[in-house]
Design a binder for this molecule. Structure first.
Ligand code: FAD
Ligand code: DLZ
Ligand code: SF4
Length: 515
């Protein structure tokens, strides 16, 4: 047997043929290591569908590499000699194969990158850690952009990314004369029986084996794998992307913020899982969306909105993560300490908005952006839930959740726990917002039009109570000046009834009573 030149270690969210660690890989002389390990599967209690998606996509990626002539060393979760950790599996492979060196692409998460940095000395072998080139903006480019700025507004970063990629640009000017068409994208939606259906992928033999493994090994975790419908190969993920471009993109913009109880997906892409594990290339997806606009198949407001989510928000969020880690995960400006209520794991609450979104999360390991931000996130912030516990919940329950993208979205965008480092004001809303953007309130046990008292929508009193409770931090925020002046103009009796209603609600929550 020829000596092994490189042992290339590929992680579960690195399933891309263009991965930097695979550059100049040689099937004749290199071996690729992939492993399912209990440490990764349990650092939070992941949703069963999330574990199944990752394991099945990993096994299919291993097949794809084998078909290209590579030798794979693949450890399954239930292999008898599986050591259970990345470091253990790498050590075992190094001892068995004696490669000249190890090559990896840097981990997407701070936690794993710390281990990676210790491998060279722990294993006494050269370890090359290569940059992850699947992002448009490198970590150092983001630092350069952020340095010296008073505020890190996403919109300005996004414009840089438009210029860099040339997406939707006419020379130096943005297509359509404006950078952002969001003003056209805040409409509610109506149920539509003729709305196209998102594709469903039938599990093949490999997936069926994984589903069985997951049901056996993670029986107590959230969800069920019975209706597993994710794409697990690059080809199927590309099919999902093509269907989105054709059937959903034209209407993506208008209903982006809308919520309907019987339509959890509306016109959203359902592509984040595939992009985040490396089955889809974000820039290629944006180019496909741009083509749809240039060929007259989708309007500018929809295409610009979609592209902004990917080259703007996604890249910006990653930049913030690496700028602020470690330590960002412990941000808690409001000193919120309340543990998560049990209904976060069951959906069992009388608040129809939360019950709908959490139940759909349990079913699909998915909820769209406004569900995450304005339903679960808004409630968590108004009810002073501990942001770290909220972060761990999001990291567990969504199939697309990897810390680099989940943490800033939760800690910064949705909980404002970083005191506005990311968001210029908290995304806080009373029931009126949910009522305007959804059909949830109609069937709710609470009355959205009532402001206070036990029959009133709890969000109405919680909203004012949140502002009042945190006035010292928030009243300096000029974007909240108008709201605080309304609060100050309110008569004392009304203010007190908001405080009393919120306090009664929070006491029930603390006592574990049904709310
Ligand atoms: P669409 O709404 O169709 O958007 C298209 C694409 O844009 C997405 O696939 C995604 O790649 C990208 N995108 C959109 N918004 C964001 C954003 N804020 N940050 C990063 N990428 C974005 N996204 C994750 O990928 N993983 C997470 O763990 C995650 N956690 C979140 C937690 C909270 C509290 C909030 C408010 C948002 C979170 N997001 C997360 C962002 C966003 O909600 C999801 O990317 C989106 O819902 C995925 O569904 P989709 O593919 O249908 O997206
Ligand atoms: C999320 C996850 C899970 C559940 N299991 C594995 C695994 O067994 N093997 C693996 O390589 N990756 C897994 N992942 C994804 C990793 O957690 C992810 O690649 C790292 O956190 C990135 O730093
Ligand atoms: Fe949610 Fe309040 Fe509407 Fe009920 S009334 S669905 S609790 S916003």
């Amino acid at each position: 047997m020829k000596p092994v030149r490189q042992l290339i270690f590929v992680l579960g969210d690195q399933l891309s043929l263009s991965l930097s660690s695979l550059e100049s890989a040689d099937p004749e002389r290199d071996v690729i290591l992939m492993c399912e390990v209990i440490e990764e599967a349990t650092y939070v209690p992941h949703h069963k569908l999330k574990i199944a998606l990752i394991f099945s996509a990993m096994r299919h990626f291993a097949e794809e590499l084998r078909a290209r002539g590579f030798e794979l060393r693949y450890t399954r979760l239930d292999d008898a000699d599986n050591s259970g950790s990345f470091t253990g599996e790498l050590a075992r492979a190094v001892a068995d194969i004696s490669p000249e060196r190890v090559v990896v692409t840097e981990s997407s998460e701070w936690r794993v990158l710390q281990s990676m940095k210790g491998w060279q000395s722990a294993l006494n072998i050269p370890v090359e850690i290569r940059a992850d080139t699947r992002f448009l903006c490198s970590k150092s480019e983001f630092c350069d952009w952020a340095e010296g700025r008073r505020s890190l507004t996403m919109e300005y970063f996004y414009r840089e990314m438009r210029r860099k990629t040339g997406l939707l640009m006419q020379g130096k000017e943005p297509e359509g004369g404006k950078w952002n068409f969001d003003a056209e994208n805040r409409k509610p939606a109506k149920p539509d029986l003729f709305r196209p259906k998102h594709p469903v992928f039938k599990p093949d033999e490999i997936t069926v084996e994984v589903l069985d493994l997951v049901e056996r090994s993670f029986a107590g975790n959230m969800g069920s794998t019975k209706k597993f419908a994710f794409a697990v190969t690059r080809a199927d993920a590309e099919r999902a992307a093509d269907t989105f471009m054709q059937d959903f993109l034209p209407n993506f913009g208008e209903t982006q913020d809308a919520m309907l109880k019987d339509e959890p997906f509306l016109n959203h892409a359902l592509l984040s899982f595939y992009i985040n594990i490396g089955l889809l290339d974000p820039l290629a997806i944006c180019r496909a969306a741009e083509r749809a606009y240039l060929e007259g198949r989708a309007p500018l407001n929809a295409v610009e909105g979609f592209i902004r989510q990917i080259i703007g928000w996604r890249e910006y969020i990653r930049g913030i993560y690496w700028l602020k880690m470690p330590g960002y995960e412990n941000s808690n400006v409001f000193d919120a300490q309340r543990p998560l209520p049990d209904f976060f794991w069951s959906g069992d609450t009388d608040m129809a908005c939360l019950s709908t979104v959490i139940t759909q999360t349990i079913t699909h390991a998915y909820a769209h952006h406004i569900h995450r931000l304005m339903v679960v996130g808004n409630f968590s912030m108004l009810a002073a839930l501990d942001p770290y516990a909220v972060h761990e919940w999001y990291l567990s329950v969504y199939a697309d959740a990897f810390e680099w993208v989940e943490l800033p979205n939760v800690i910064g965008m949705s909980q404002f726990a970083d005191n506005g480092f990311m968001a210029s004001k908290p995304y806080a809303a009373s029931g009126a917002y949910i009522d305007r953007m959804s059909d949830y309130c109609h069937g709710c046990s609470y009355d959205v039009s009532k402001k206070t008292g036990s029959a009133a929508c709890p969000l109405n009193a919680l909203y004012w109570d949140f502002l009042d409770r945190n006035a010292e931090t928030l009243s300096k925020n000029h974007r909240l000046a108008q709201i605080f002046s309304s609060w100050h103009r309110m008569d004392e009796g009304k203010k007190q009834s908001y405080r009393d209603s919120a306090s009664a609600f929070l006491q029930k929550l603390d006592a574990g009573e049904r709310i």
